[in-house]
Design a protein around this ligand. Structure first.
Ligand code: AMP
Length: 282
């Protein structure tokens, strides 16, 4: 396993794999890896000649300083977990200076309103920050395939739009959400939950599955308010949003159409830890 800290080191290794015409799979992460990240890496290993995992806590996508400071970090363990999958994976773990030359900078994109819905309403400029770093990584690595989790579905749609805007030629692969046994979607931030609240978080996925069933029974008879109050009733739990939107535009529609797909998105704030999840309804 090679761990690079500079773009220069990456360049020289990538030149070599370009020369050999190898398919490169990229898995961008912020570290503190869990089984969700590892599933992306395993998927990338199956379909590429060479896999790069990037570990970088990107400051420009945090709209909240405290969230950035508290974000869990554990490089040593991350490297151990990656090595366990395969010794042939390369890791890029740059410093902030290496990426932003000492002045973190956020590029503003026109995402056709995709960035203003759901997470965008609660995290101003979050998706511009994500796009800024991901575009930098895409330009550096020129991957054939890039791997992202369905858990951050809104993010995957932003990335799809980003590659159109930046005219980057690659395939975005969306991998299924990996969950705890109780249904809670794995997230690095789950480490910040108390055991009690982690157990109680099963209510989130349980309700998403319930919503999926209800939608397929009768999509015009859904009661989102009832689900919201059930979750808000749990001590320490506060719903930020629960919305059903068009799976492509991510916009709320006044009336569901027969031949369109819809997805439910939820964010529950548990003592300052934001738990997000989503489910495809049809
Ligand atoms: P992060 O380190 O949180 O930026 O996540 C890096 C990548 O892992 C993103 O594409 C996420 O969507 C993906 N990811 C995070 N959690 C999960 C999960 N529970 N299942 C599958 N993918 C995930």
């Amino acid at each position: 396993m090679i761990v690079c800290r500079t773009k220069q080191e990456v360049f020289s290794l990538i030149n070599e794999s370009n020369r050999l015409n190898q398919a490169l799979g990229l898995v961008p992460t912020m570290g503190s890896l869990h089984r969700g990240h590892l599933s992306l890496i395993s998927e990338a290993l199956q379909h590429n000649d060479i896999v790069w995992v990037t570990i970088f806590v990107n400051p420009t996508q945090f709209n909240n300083k405290e969230d950035l400071t508290n974000y869990p970090k554990n490089l040593e363990n991350d490297l151990k977990l990656i090595k366990k999958i395969s010794n042939s994976i390369n890791v890029f773990h740059p410093s902030e200076t290496e990426i932003y030359d000492g002045k973190p900078f956020l590029k503003k994109y026109d995402f056709n309103r995709l960035d203003l819905e759901l997470e965008g309403k609660f995290r101003a400029d979050h998706f511009n920050g994500v796009a800024t770093i991901v575009a930098k990584l895409f330009k550096l690595f020129k991957p054939s395939n890039a791997y992202f989790g369905e858990k951050d579905y809104q993010q995957t749609q932003i990335i799809n739009r980003l590659i159109d805007l930046e005219k980057i030629d690659l395939k975005v692969i969306i991998c299924p959400t990996i969950r705890e046994e109780n249904g809670l979607a794995l997230s690095s931030r789950n480490k910040l939950l108390s055991i009690k609240n982690k157990n109680k978080s099963s209510i989130i996925y349980k309700n998403l599955v319930f919503l999926q069933k209800s939608f397929n029974k009768n999509r015009n008879k859904l009661n989102l308010e009832k689900i919201k109050s059930e979750i808000n009733f749990v001590d320490d739990f506060k719903i930020e949003y629960l919305e059903i939107v068009n799976n492509k535009s991510l916009q709320i529609e006044l009336k569901f159409k027969e031949n369109e797909s819809y997805r439910a998105f939820i964010c529950v704030n548990v003592n300052g830890v934001r738990l997000i999840d989503n489910i495809l309804l049809n």
